[in-house]
Design a protein around this ligand. Structure first.
Ligand code: FES
Length: 110
């Protein structure tokens, strides 16, 4: 993992490291981030399920949503919304592809 002095984006993996419809967890700026590849686009949300802390990257992906592996809470990988109550969200983060690197931007906690 390397950081880029010209931006806050941090490289987490090479393109190809995450299969379509899969998630992987990475540490970015001290936080665990779940990165998904969904229909050719990468998305990043907080990896920590707000229910009891399971890794959302280990959940089951289905059409834009990930189902938590422990108790099946379901979140949008695009904006972190919990489907049972859209007022509840996990954080989501910017992702970009630079050359062949997947990069995520995690702002410092305020
Ligand atoms: S820990 Fe995710 S639903 Fe319970």
């Amino acid at each position: 993992m390397s950081s880029h002095p010209d931006s806050d984006f941090v490289t987490v993996a090479k393109v190809g490291a995450i299969a379509e419809g899969e998630g992987q967890a990475y540490v970015v700026n001290g936080r665990m981030v779940a990165v998904f590849l969904a229909q050719g686009t990468y998305y990043a949300i907080d990896d920590f399920c707000p229910h009891m802390g399971a890794s959302l990257a280990g959940g089951t992906y289905d059409r834009g949503y990930v189902v938590c592996p422990w108790h099946a809470w379901c979140f949008s990988v695009k904006d972190g919304t919990w489907t049972d109550n859209p007022k509840v969200k996990v954080d989501c983060f910017e992702v970009r592809v630079a050359s062949d690197e997947i990069q995520v931007r995690v702002p410092p906690r305020s």
